[in-house]
Design a protein around this ligand. Sequence first.
Ligand code: GUN
Ligand code: ZN
Length: 445
Amino acid sequence: MTQRLLRGRLLTFHREPRNGEDSDAYTYLEDGALLIQDGIIQDTGLFAEISAKAGDVPVTDHRPHLMMAGFIDTHIHFPQVQVIASWGAQLLDWLNNYTFPEETRFVSDSHSANMARAFFDQLVAHGTTTAVAYCSVHKTSADAFFTEATGRNMRMLGGKVLMDRNAPEGLQDTPQTGYDDTKALIEDWHSKGRNGYVITPRFAITSTPEQMAMAQALAQEHPDCHIQTHLSENKDEIAFTKQLYPQARDYLDVYQSYGLLGHKTLLGHSIHLEPREFDALTETGAHPVFCPTSNLFLGSGFFDHEELSARGISNGIATDIGAGTSYSMLQTLNEGYKILQLQGLALHPLQAFHWATRGNACVLGLEDKIGNLDPGTEADVVVLNARSTAAMALRMDRVGSLAEELFVLQMMGDDRAIEEVYVSGTPSKIAPEQTTWNDGVQIVA
Ligand code: GUN
Ligand code: ZN
């Protein structure tokens, strides 16, 4: 029985704040404590009370920093760690010219294992303790992903992509091999430790109707698995999808007609939606996922969070590395704020931090396990330092409220603001290795 007491300023959400004044939505303690035992939060409250009850337990004092639930990233591509910052293209060219060639390299066990280590190092360094990841088409990439997650005892979700057309030969499965590999991966990894398998037809363009039918069979046979795919990110993508599925009423109908929409479905991007698609999202409970840095980087468009929320549709927020340009959920909230501003919505920082923690946990149906600091939940905690750079410290000198501090973190923070990260109660923040994985890449003018 290992116990640990964390002391610091503590913020945790009970529900989404309706606005900046909605203080019942969260608890904030100036001198708070978390009592952690065997990876679970046992008790939480004022330090004086918790420490008196706990007795002789080692204390880690994080004051004056802020303790929150670890960040959750609901859409990220593990095999794209070496694709980030690839210049000049929008979605379909970006996939064909940069992303698909890079993903073919994950046929190799050793490359997959090396990249999994680097990927998880980056997540932890940026304060992300749970992510929902796309692996490559190769089974070995998903094995490497879950092996690394298991070794770190992180709550991770992911799946190998199903893709059997419109991609290079080295990056295609078949309806049958995609089904067989997914079945084997679910058997080996789903619900083992903290792992969750996600059935992952990449998007309509790269799956034949036969493969979509296989994805439907997988979803029916494994209703406890999540499902993830991409929806209406880019206008050329939508036009091509309609050509490939001429019978579909709209893009979302491709997935709907194969029974892939429900509360466990995550739909990356969901930008250019038609009226029927809004209705179908409301009816099915599927969750759009907002990927702000990616949507700006690829020039994809503006996610309509206000309209979706008004219809009772709950949305995730995510990095979408490698079209996304930062692993940081702080930077993701920063760019998200700006995209919503362009549509006349000023998202309050309390709502923003709720979104990246408990909000994303709710989208995953995991709010009883992660995303808040309630007793009984898993001890994934991030410690934030709003004075982590000289520019932030200068700004913080004029800050007088929690909301202002959060906004400084959101607009100016990145991995430098992550003071510590606890994964299952274990301090895990490390400076990622700066390793050169590929010798022989020559830089030419
Ligand atoms: N649509 C299909 N695959 C991808 C991908 O890897 N990234 C993004 N941003 N969109 C996609
Ligand atoms: Zn994506």
